[in-house]
Design a protein around this ligand. Structure first.
Ligand SMILES: Cc1cc2nc3c(=O)[nH]c(=O)nc-3n(C[C@H](O)[C@H](O)[C@H](O)COP(=O)(O)OP(=O)(O)OC[C@H]3O[C@@H](n4cnc5c(N)ncnc54)[C@H](O)[C@@H]3O)c2cc1C
Length: 258
């Protein structure tokens, strides 16, 4: 999707790279791309990315059946008998132009989460700096130039997690790593998602900023978003998820454990 179309200030359609589609409601659910998309539509959506790496092991005989999120590691058994393993310290924050754009909004998160955050300056700064921030609907967009955000996994903290896990659970001594995988977690300033209408543009809605919990709360978030779009009584109070909380003077209270 390249952007939205409005008529008389209200949503009248979306523009894709293959043409326009007329509609009266649009939900922006673009994950880590949502802030950039919103910016081109003139909407300020504070959001940053945190990179996280996970390990997938080969099946392990006699491994634990429970799931654990501990001080040095987290693990969960997979259906194939292997494990997904991660470190709670592996939250890599790449310094990019948006870091400065949204610094004030994220100060409370920085204060409460700094122990688990690893700051890094990388080529991503220039990459994002060169990215168009505004575009016309007949132009190629940043989303078409980069179809999938696929960062290189980091080894350091996942290796540390695996080493600690091997100490505490000797059954992992022979764990063989099948895959390392990294992704960008889209975070909001308070680690609470935005599931909200955009007041300035009737018909425009946003569902993003799941801050590392989108699988867990996705079904409920989808239900709430559907209620808001269709005008049904919301299944839960939508107030904590409103976009305007970042601009109406509300205190930003961070939900810990991003
Ligand atoms: C390493 C890692 C571990 C995680 N572990 C957990 C976990 O244990 N539990 C949990 O609940 N959550 C976890 N998450 C978070 C979870 O993956 C996300 O919260 C969830 O995927 C967010 O869903 P989403 O639909 O908002 O965004 P996404 O899944 O990112 O989907 C957005 C989609 O929109 C597309 N898109 C973006 N812009 C455009 C455009 N302009 N046009 C068309 N398409 C576009 C993107 O290509 C993408 O497919 C983890 C994330 C990572 C990276």
């Amino acid at each position: 999707m390249r952007g939205i179309e409005t008529s008389g200030g209200k949503i009248s359609g979306v523009v894709t790279e293959r043409g326009s589609i007329a509609c009266s409601s649009v939900v922006l659910a673009g994950g880590a791309w949502s802030s950039l998309f919103a910016r081109n539509a003139g909407i300020d959506l504070p959001q940053l990315k945190v990179m996280n790496t996970v390990i997938r092991t080969k099946p392990i005989e006699g491994g634990p059946e429970h799931t654990l999120y501990g001080k040095d590691f987290a693990f969960r058994k997979r259906q194939d008998g292997g494990y997904t393993i991660a470190s709670r310290y592996d939250n890599i924050v790449e310094i990019v132009p948006d870091s400065f754009r949204y610094m004030l909004k994220f100060l409370p998160a920085l204060k409460s989460e700094w122990r688990s955050l690893r700051f890094r300056v990388s080529g991503r700064f220039l990459e994002e700096g060169r990215m168009a921030q505004r575009w016309r609907m007949d132009e190629e967009t940043p989303f078409e130039r980069c179809r999938v955000l696929d960062p290189k996994p980091s080894d350091k903290w996942t290796n540390h997690a695996l080493a600690q896990l091997r100490q505490d659970y000797p059954v992992f001594a022979k764990a063989e790593i099948e895959q390392r995988w990294a992704g960008y977690i889209d975070v909001s300033p308070d680690a609470v998602p935005v599931i909200s209408p955009v007041e300035e543009v009737p018909g425009f809605f946003i569902a993003t900023g799941f801050s590392g919990h989108g699988f867990g709360i996705g079904p409920g978030a989808g239900r709430l978003m559907a209620d808001l779009v269709t005008g049904h009584t919301p299944c839960v109070d939508p107030t904590p998820f409103r976009l305007s909380r970042f601009f109406d003077g509300s205190k930003i209270e961070v939900i810990s454990g991003v």
